[in-house]
Design a protein around this ligand. Structure first.
Ligand SMILES: [Zn+2]
Ligand SMILES: [Zn+2]
Length: 302
């Protein structure tokens, strides 16, 4: 195994390629860089370390790396997250933790706010066997773990320092990404998640939003609970004639910071993640100090 850096402060940021090698999506000749399939505890631990290192940089620096990673490796990451290998080196008493606490999942959590992630999941709905879409796979994994997570979150166990915090973290990030995926999908939550699953999920979420009120886990549980149980209003049989024009949802403005224009925007033809009001603003953003679009603009296969 490659020597792990002792001092993260002085280690250079891990690149998109470093992450791809760690996730088994790219070959590397560097000794110890690749982790053999099945050594999943080692992979997950090293992923934690990579992510911890990169979180020390500014958001802008991180997003340059995420853009490059997502443009090239996002579909493969999702594919591996759906078809997990068997974690041979994992604690056999907690092997189901791996379903939600694995390197591919943690990568997806790190990049879920990026425009590439957004674009990919708006256009794709990755499917697992037998015909289950990704949100359903995640929801089922969550329900496999939820009783234990709930138990571990409710009390600290002196024999396992850090277990309580880790369980909170696993629960929160799983619900966060499930919510993101459901929101990005063009399909209704009730189409993506069978009714039985929604019922089981909502009983946990209802409890957690009250029990963890005022902290992140409570907030995220409440939001997801609302989202999966919200009733869709039926169209009334005879609608009143509208007295005012319908309010359009607020669209994002031109991607050049501080430009307020929201109409007639043109999409960047290369990455399709940004939109501009005019060619001058596209040019200005390309070299914009502190947020050059050229560092984040990549072609994708999706
Ligand atoms: Zn503009
Ligand atoms: Zn672009």
């Amino acid at each position: 195994m490659a020597a792990l850096p002792h001092n993260l402060q002085t280690t250079p940021a891990f690149t998109a390629s470093d992450f791809a090698v760690l996730l088994g999506l790219r070959e590397s000749a560097a000794p110890g860089a690749q982790i053999p399939e099945g050594n999943e505890y080692a992979r997950t631990s090293r992923m934690d370390l990579y992510l911890r290192r990169n979180r020390q940089d500014s958001g802008e620096q991180q997003s340059v790396i995420w853009a490059k990673f997502c443009a090239q490796y996002l579909p493969a990451t999702v594919e591996r997250c759906i078809n997990l290998p068997f974690p041979a080196d994992w604690d056999p008493n907690a092997v189901e933790d791996f379903l939600l606490d694995n390197a591919w999942m943690n990568m997806l959590v790190a990049v879920q706010h990026t425009p590439y992630f957004n674009r990919y999941f708006r256009s794709s709905s990755p499917v697992a066997d037998p015909g289950k879409r990704f949100p359903q796979v995640l929801a089922e994994r969550f329900l496999t773990l939820a009783p234990r997570l709930e138990h571990e979150i409710s009390r600290s166990s002196p024999g396992h320092p850090g277990r309580q915090e880790r369980s909170k973290f696993v629960a929160a990030k799983s619900l966060l990404i499930l919510g993101t995926l459901l929101r990005l999908s063009r399909l209704e939550p009730r189409v993506l998640l069978p009714r039985q699953l929604v019922a089981r999920l909502s009983s946990f979420l209802r409890r957690w939003k009250t029990r963890h009120h005022g902290v992140f886990l409570g907030a995220i549980s409440g939001r997801l609970h609302f989202f999966i149980t919200a009733r869709i209003p039926r169209p009334s049989p005879a609608p009143d004639p509208p007295s005012e024009p319908p309010v359009k949802p607020m669209r994002k403005p031109c991607s050049l910071p501080s430009c307020p224009v929201r109409d007639n925007l043109q999409t960047c033809g290369r990455c399709r993640t940004v939109r501009y009001c005019c060619i001058d603003h596209q040019r200005a953003h390309w070299e914009h100090p502190g947020g050059e679009h050229k560092l984040k603009c990549h072609e994708t296969l999706y």
